[in-house]
Structures are given as structure tokens and as C-alpha cells.
Design a protein around this ligand. Structure first.
Ligand code: HEM
Length: 179
């Protein structure tokens, strides 16, 4: 009986890999050549970002003026190695590592891969790390996020090819494009 169950699961994974991937997370936001997946529990948010780029991918939580005030998580995969940074939008058009600003890197479970011109990163964050350069994440109500990806170079200093701003509800999965 058990063997039959394992065989059915294996066949399902082979024939419907997209479905299995999509159900890893509770919610999904589809933007232009970029997708955001997330799940939220009482203590953490778990995020996966994927975009059609060989450069960096990023998400900014709770921006105030353009990029300013956002808790930005940015990552890239170079030579099979993933690098994910915990940044802060310290200016309207710039971001800096929390560590450089006097805070700490609070990215948990960093992972990622690059395949066929698509970069994927995943990580978790505490809903409230208490770091001055992070932002508490409120699971209820509407929250603003910004998403972006670079044009092909892995350097976090290069500008975006795509950027977007969305209002989302982390618990219900509702999303609304702002710009
Ligand atoms: C060093 C890297 C970066 C540079 C040099 C840069 C530069 C800029 C510049 C010049 C603008 C204004 C022009 C425009 O709207 O395109 C802008 C806007 C924007 N950037 Fe960046 N950016 C960088 C990284 C990021 C990252 C990592 C994110 C997201 C996580 C991001 C999200 C945005 C968004 C959402 C806007 C539009 C803001 C608005 O109009 O309200 N940027 N950026």
C-alpha cells in the first residue's frame, strides 16, 4: 500500500512539477517576468523570488518614498553560489547593507539557483527582527512591497531592468498593482 502511494506521488511530481512547486508556498504574486511566492506564520515569513534574469532579484518591504525606508532583501547566484543581502533603502534611489548602517543581516535559510536565464532565491525573515534597519511585518491588513530585478550583472550596485510596487495582504494573498 505504502509503495503504491510513493509511486503515485513520484509520478505526480514528474508530470506536474509546476504544480508541486507552486504549492510549496501559500500565496503567489505574478508580475512581469517575475514571481513572488510567500507563506506566513506567527513568527516568520518565507519568501521565494524568481525572475527572468541572470542578475539580482529583490523585494523591498514597506517602502516610504520610492526606495527609501524599505527593508530590502536582494540576492543573486554567481557560479552556483547564492548571496543574499539584508539591505535598507537609505535614500530615495539607493540602498545599503544593514551591516554598513550599524544593523545586522537577519536573512534566514538563504538559498537559490540560476537555470535557463532564470534566477530564484528563497529566504525567511522574522516578522519582527527588532533591527532598526528592518521593518516589522504585519500579517493582517494591507502592506506595501516593491519588487525588482537587475539586467544581468550580479553586482547589487547595478540598477533594475524591472521594478514594481504592489499592495498585498500577507495572510489572504490579495494583491493590487500600484505601479
Ligand atoms: C543600486 C541599485 C539601484 C539603483 C541604482 C536604483 C535606482 C533607482 C532610480 C534612479 C529610480 C528612479 C527612476 C525609476 O523609477 O526607475 C528608482 C526607482 C525605483 N526603484 Fe530602484 N534602484 C536600485 C535598486 C532597487 C531595488 C533593489 C529595488 C527593489 C527591491 C528597487 C525598487 C525601485 C522602485 C519600486 C522604484 C520606483 C519607486 C517609485 O516610483 O515609487 N530599486 N531606482
Amino acid at each position: 500500500m505504502m509503495k503504491k502511494y510513493v509511486l503515485i506521488c513520484a509520478a505526480f511530481c514528474i508530470f506536474f512539477p509546476g504544480y508541486v512547486f507552486a504549492t510549496e508556498y501559500q500565496h503567489k504574486l505574478a508580475a512581469k517576468d517575475m514571481e513572488v511566492f510567500w507563506s506566513i506564520d506567527n513568527e516568520q515569513i518565507h519568501v521565494k523570488l524568481t525572475a527572468k534574469t541572470t542578475g539580482w532579484v529583490a523585494i523591498g518591504f514597506d517602502p516610504e518614498k520610492a526606495m527609501q525606508g524599505a527593508n530590502i532583501i536582494i540576492g543573486a547566484v554567481k557560479d552556483g553560489k547564492v548571496k543574499i543581502e539584508d539591505d535598507y533603502g537609505n535614500r530615495k534611489r539607493a540602498h545599503s547593507k544593514d551591516e554598513r548602517l550599524g544593523g545586522e543581516n537577519h536573512v534566514l535559510n538563504p538559498a537559490g539557483e540560476e537555470a535557463d536565464g532564470v534566477t530564484t532565491i528563497s529566504f525567511s525573515l522574522a516578522l519582527d527582527s527588532k533591527d532598526k534597519w528592518d521593518k516589522p511585518i504585519n500579517p493582517e491588513g494591507t502592506s506595501r512591497i516593491m519588487i525588482a530585478y537587475g539586467s544581468g550583472r550580479d553586482s547589487f550596485k547595478t540598477r533594475h531592468k524591472y521594478r514594481g510596487v504592489y499592495d498585498i495582504n500577507y495572510s489572504t494573498g490579495e494583491t493590487k498593482k500600484i505601479k
